[in-house]
Ligand binder design. Structure first.
Ligand code: RAM
Length: 335
């Protein structure tokens, strides 16, 4: 009799817990789509790996990884449109344009899909929050400081960016320009900003074009993992290593050879695996109602610890790592 009572008790508790969970809106087996700027970029493959790690840790998540073959907003809109039709539960998006994705993302949210941006943001009306790997001001200013140190605060410099509409690169470039207004940089001149569209061959050609158009060029900042690696190759092929200094945001695994031979003596980046992990984790918790996505909220993001949502619902992770000859091997083995 006691045993039956005990069993009945257990069954009752199970029913109650699942009823509460259903009432609270907890969802099982959710589908989270990670939409990146473009496929074929190792940076986003590392983000995907982080997303898969979060999915595994949290359980009950199917991660759908998608991105266009060209880094345009139009191509991303098509993908998002089809994900709405497939009724995915959440989307984490690295955007090719800050405004162009707003209407489609508004439609996604209206249909009940949880939308956040990560890496490269969507304007506030088109997402619940944006997860930035690091503060834009810090990134922009520190890139200029790094290059200034390499060229002794003197000479012509250029920026080789991703696409002309990329939210993240454009914000960083604005801060680079702000930093360059400081008196310390009076002998440095920004002569050009060019766009390689996160395509290796186009970035390579743009770098070669810079060498030709600006024979006195002393340094290049490339705040894109694709652009910096292509510029490293162009510098070597053109025999310009050591004559033109290179810095920016690069993947250690792709930049190892250029760091080691001095073509790029210093650069930085955050961990894209952590970025993909955190964005997937946050999307899941928002979906489950465990995070509210409100300014001021401190989110507990698994192994990453606490991440606070700041103004405009932008949550900033931490400062990037700086890579040089001494530590590149260690990081190149990871991402
Ligand atoms: C490229 C992409 C990405 C950016 C990195 C630094 O892979 O443009 O959005 O964050 O570079």
């Amino acid at each position: 009799m006691k045993r039956i009572k005990f069993l009945l008790g257990v069954i009752l508790i199970v029913i109650l817990v699942s009823a509460i969970a259903t009432f609270a809106g907890a969802k099982e087996n959710v589908r989270i789509a990670m939409v990146v700027k473009m496929i074929g970029n190792a940076f986003f493959e590392a983000c995907r790996d982080g997303g898969l790690e979060a999915a595994e840790e949290l359980g009950g998540i199917e991660l759908i990884f998608q991105g266009p073959t060209t880094s345009t907003a139009e191509a991303q809109i098509e993908i998002i449109d089809s994900l709405i039709a497939q009724k995915v539960d959440a989307m984490v998006i690295s955007s090719n344009d800050v405004d162009a994705l707003v209407p489609i993302c508004k439609r996604a949210m209206k249909s009940g899909i949880t939308v956040i941006s990560f890496d490269s943001g969507i304007a506030p009306e088109g997402r619940i929050l944006h997860l930035a790997p690091s503060g834009s001001e810090f990134i922009g200013r520190s890139q200029v400081k790094m290059l200034a140190n390499l060229i002794d605060y003197k000479g012509e410099i250029a920026i080789l960016s991703a696409t002309s509409t990329a939210t993240n690169q454009n914000e960083w470039i604005e801060w680079m320009k702000e930093e360059l207004k400081e008196p310390a940089y009076k002998d440095m001149k920004l002569v050009a900003v060019v766009y390689g569209d996160d395509l290796s061959d186009k970035s390579y050609r743009e770098a070669m074009g810079l060498f030709k158009s600006y024979p006195d060029l002393r340094g290049i900042i490339s705040p894109t993992t694709v652009g910096i690696a292509a510029t490293g190759k162009a510098l070597e092929d053109a025999g310009k290593s050591g004559k033109i200094e290179l810095t920016g945001l690069g993947l250690p695994s792709e930049m190892k050879q250029y760091i080691k031979n001095g073509t790029c003596r210093q650069m930085s980046l955050w961990n894209p695996i952590d970025l993909g992990y955190s964005s997937t984790y946050i999307a899941y918790k928002l979906l489950q109602g465990e995070f509210q996505g409100k300014e001021g909220e401190v989110m507990k993001v698994g192994r990453m610890g606490e991440i606070k949502i700041g103004s405009n619902n932008i949550a900033v992770m931490s400062e990037p790592y700086v890579f040089n000859k001494d530590n590149i091997d260690k990081f190149a083995a990871i991402y």
